[in-house]
Design a protein around this ligand. Sequence first.
Ligand code: MN
Length: 135
Amino acid sequence: MNLSARILVIEDNPTNLELMMYLLSAYGYEPLTAMDGLEGLEIAQRQRPDLIVCDVQLPKADGFEVVRRLKAEPAFRTMPLIAVTALAMVGDRDRLLNAGFDGYIAMPIHADDFVKTVDGYILIELLSGKLQHSR
Ligand code: MN
């Protein structure tokens, strides 16, 4: 599926960032990247991506702060914000969803699951007419 949308990946681990960028590009998405929470917030506000994939443990502002600050703005309320985290304890999923994340991808990243999850959220945006950069 090629849904051509802009995806911001906020991730401080270069290996994970590279993998996610590679997968998104390979499947026709346009990836934007940030390596800490503050840079992520700045790029989100400036570039208005269609979806954000955000690591939880990040320098400067962690994923919880990123989601709190973005979801406080009307412009970002309907934009999917997906957490990516290695945390695997029971209850983390609820903690992430309660914080305002729309979904959750567990690390390590599995190529198929990662792309299918992103495709799913982008497809919902497309069908509801909310995709900001549909071409
Ligand atoms: Mn991290």
